[in-house]
Design a protein around this ligand. Structure first.
Ligand SMILES: *Cc1c(COP(=O)(O)O)cnc(C)c1O
Length: 465
């Protein structure tokens, strides 16, 4: 392909993209294909001869698009959002086009220096104390794994990487029973082991970790000869939005000199609104590591996860490795690949820069405020339905409900709603029962889109019963 053809196809794709987004409401949110449908449309083996780009693009439309679930659909209420605001998409197009690998400062100084600035812009926007630095990772899972590895190294006097973990006893990490599965997986991969991830029961309307139980668990582990290594708190759990009392958890962690990591992957975006700080963010400055995903609610195209660090030294002592071929001569610079597990790095800061400049903080704040208000309004509509039950009240813009009937009926309703296609909801579990989750957070959603959930639930329920 020559660069004139590249320009022509790029224009064609940009036009297609605008049309796609303008007509998203006409499409079913969740893909309506069955397992294997899409693979059946793709030849078994690669072509020997070059194929024409027009044909490739035609096949993209005909074969691939029917198998896409539309995450940017304004009536996407499943999981958590993966918002890609248009300015962030434009930034990604530029990043894709320049196609730099930004592992070291000198492999693209702009990527490193803009990343530093964007982390500090976000630090200020989230009201974090001066002194936090950080790094942009691909996902919260990677940031949490980095934090768990740091806990491991810190608790073993930074000998784990060199010697392995044999003979080092049981390292223990504590979290609530509301945490995301990425915490379990980080403990598996770090060699801590699932059995050494201690899940503390939760209590109260926000499903917060019982900090007395946390203190007791740490003390009895010490008595048993185990080594407490770290605590992971959460604000805005994935299931029902569970939120720990950050100050209370950090106080216990500090008492035992434990490294403290906070998972705010979803709810962190809402902390650009100062009015949520009293309820969700009090005590945040006590955390050594904080992860939040601008690629969820905020609007920075996936992937973009910020890990803030109060002091980067322990994480660098855990992950930094500097073979001769990666050294930068004669300059003191930041090489962000020393802060993370992966060496190779995409230029992720550019989309944050575009996003924040194009909307201003107030443009992003007003969306989040609307989402929270509309979720509350929708929750009341569903509460008023005959036989329907709100299981968990809104935490920010997430709540859950049940229709009349058993767990199988809940799943049947979710499946029927998603087959209908006008909205997309997913199920979850709470207190041993199946629930239907609703989160409001899609970047382009309107109050009308949100209120339509109540109508669709009603119509599909009536058709089902
Ligand atoms: C989405 C989510 C994660 C995982 O995020 P990734 O970036 O996909 O790894 C972790 N914790 C919480 C609370 C989440 O909502």
């Amino acid at each position: 392909m020559n660069w004139d053809e590249f320009a022509d196809y790029s224009k064609q794709i940009a036009d297609w993209g605008a049309q796609y987004h303008k007509t998203l409401r006409d499409r079913p949110v969740r893909a309506q294909t069955k397992p294997g449908d899409i693979a059946a449309g793709v030849p078994d083996g690669p072509p020997q001869h070059p194929q024409n780009m027009d044909a490739i693009l035609r096949d993209f439309e005909d074969i691939i698009m029917p198998g896409m679930t539309h995450w940017q659909h304004p009536r996407f209420f499943a999981y958590f959002p993966a918002n890609a605001a248009p300015p962030s998409m434009l930034a990604e197009q530029l990043v894709n086009t320049v196609a730099a690998q930004c592992m070291l400062w000198q492999t693209s100084p702009a990527a490193t220096e803009l990343e530093g600035r964007m982390i500090d812009w976000m630090r200020q926007a989230l009201g974090l104390a001066d002194g936090y630095t950080g790094v942009i990772q691909d996902s919260a899972s990677s940031a949490t794994l980095s934090a768990v590895l740091t806990m491991r190294e810190r608790a073993t006097g930074f000998t784990g990487n060199r010697e392995g973990l044999a003979g080092k006893g049981h390292l223990r990490i504590y979290c609530s029973d509301q945490v995301h599965s990425s915490i379990d997986r980080a403990c598996w991969v770090a060699g801590i082991g699932q059995d050494n991830l201690v899940k503390i029961p939760t209590q109260g309307p926000r499903f917060a970790m019982d900090t007395d139980a946390l203190a007791t668990a740490i003390q009895s582990d010490i008595a048993a000869g185990h080594t407490p290594a770290g605590v992971i708190a959460i604000t805005g759990g994935t299931g029902v939005g569970g939120c720990d009392d950050l100050a209370a958890v950090a106080k216990v962690a500090q008492k035992h000199d434990l490294y403290a990591h906070l998972d705010a992957a979803w709810a962190g975006s809402a902390m650009i609104c100062p009015e949520f700080h009293a309820a969700f963010w009090e005590g945040v400055d006590a955390y050594d590591s904080i992860v939040f995903n601008p690629h969820k609610w905020l609007g920075a195209q996936f992937d973009c996860s910020i890990q803030f660090l109060r002091d980067a030294t322990p994480q660098l002592d855990t992950l930094k490795i500097e073979p001769e071929y990666l050294k930068t001569s004669g300059q003191t610079v930041t090489n962000y690949s020393e802060w993370t597990i992966q060496l190779g790095r995409r230029f992720r800061a550019l989309k944050l820069w575009f996003l924040i400049r194009a909307y201003g903080l107030e443009g992003l704040q007003s969306r989040i405020r609307n989402h929270v208000a509309w979720a509350e309004e929708l929750c009341e509509e569903i509460r008023a339905k005959d036989g329907f039950e709100i299981v968990t009240d809104p935490i920010l813009s997430l709540f859950s409900f049940r229709c009349p009937g058993d767990d199988a009926t809940q799943q049947r309703l979710v499946d029927a709603i998603n087959d209908d296609g006008r909205i997309y909801l997913t199920q979850g579990a709470f207190d041993g029962r199946k629930i239907i989750r609703v989160q409001v957070g899609q970047f382009d959603t309107t109050r009308e889109d949100v209120m339509m959930v109540a109508d669709v639930v009603q119509e599909v329920w009536e058709a089902m019963t």
